[in-house]
Design a protein around this ligand. Structure first.
Ligand code: G5P
Ligand code: MG
Length: 223
């Protein structure tokens, strides 16, 4: 019998590089469970939890939330799905978070979406989000069927508070200073895979091919 081994992947890339968009294609094609740090934080803000209200200030200023808060949130959610294959989106974002994750479990592969900063700014100002599912749309790239409403639930879409141009600039700066070193961390562990481009539709077939190969070799190893 071919037993499917648990597969653990991380998707990285600057703000607006298409992590959410590619993640939803990965979950649809490969059935990995998707955990997005940003979606978890926004759900807390939307539900007005004490933590959400505290973290909103950081997010609205384009700053990363403190490592200990983020790591605790993600690790407790990961424990709930530790018998499944998963894809982490938006975590880890600092070397300290990557070390915390490593202490809990090993990551099989890291997919890095390498999209130039100039491409990103335009995308984020035309993004619309369905908060409870994390589904994202874009008025140019993938507009909803009915403007302003989610295709699946029909619920209203919102624009993220942190998608204003000056906040986007601060998020890109935080990415450069705090998150780029994580790429080096994973490169030195031999698990980093870089996918470069300016269009998700051109990047996606490479990611899909790569994961097909990766997942079938993972199956063979335990056969
Ligand atoms: P998030 O929520 O993780 P970011 O900044 O990393 O936010 P973001 O903005 O969610 O990343 P994305 O997921 O990489 O971007 O991109 P996306 O949503 O799929 O695509 C962006 C837009 O472009 C969409 O409208 C999409 O439709 C469109 N698009 C996609 N492909 C194309 C294309 O080919 N062409 C065109 N024209 N459009 C396209 O984190 C938010 C905040 O939470 C905190 C931080 O404060 C962070 O700023 N946070 C953390 N803090 C500390 N540690 C962590 N680990 C944290 N995680 C989150
Ligand atoms: Mg996202």
């Amino acid at each position: 019998m071919v037993m499917q081994r648990i597969f653990r992947a991380v998707i990285m890339g600057p703000p607006g590089s298409g992590k959410g968009t590619v993640s939803s294609r990965i979950t649809k094609t490969f059935g990995l469970k998707h955990l997005s740090s940003g979606d978890i934080l926004r759900a807390n803000i939307n539900n007005k939890t004490e933590l959400g209200l505290l973290m909103k200030t950081y997010i609205d200023q384009g700053q990363l939330v403190p490592d200990y808060v983020m790591s605790r949130l993600i690790l407790s959610d990961l424990r709930k799905i530790d018998q499944s294959s998963w894809l982490l989106d938006g975590f880890p974002r600092t070397v300290s978070q990557a070390e915390t994750l490593d202490d809990a479990c090993s990551v099989d592969t890291v997919i890095n979406l390498n999209v130039p900063f100039q491409t990103i700014e335009q995308r984020l100002t035309s993004r619309w989000t369905h908060l409870s599912s994390g589904r994202v749309y874009n008025t140019d790239f993938n507009p909803p069927k009915v403007p302003g409403f989610d295709d699946v639930t029909g619920e209203p879409l919102v624009q993220r508070d942190d998608d204003k141009p000056d906040t986007v600039a601060r998020r890109l700066k935080a990415y450069k200073n705090q998150t780029e070193p994580v790429l080096e961390y994973y490169r030195s562990k031999g698990v980093l895979n870089i996918f470069s481009g300016t269009e998700t539709n051109k990047i996606w077939p490479h990611v899909e091919d790569f994961l097909h190969r990766k997942l079938s070799s993972a199956e063979q190893k335990v056969a």
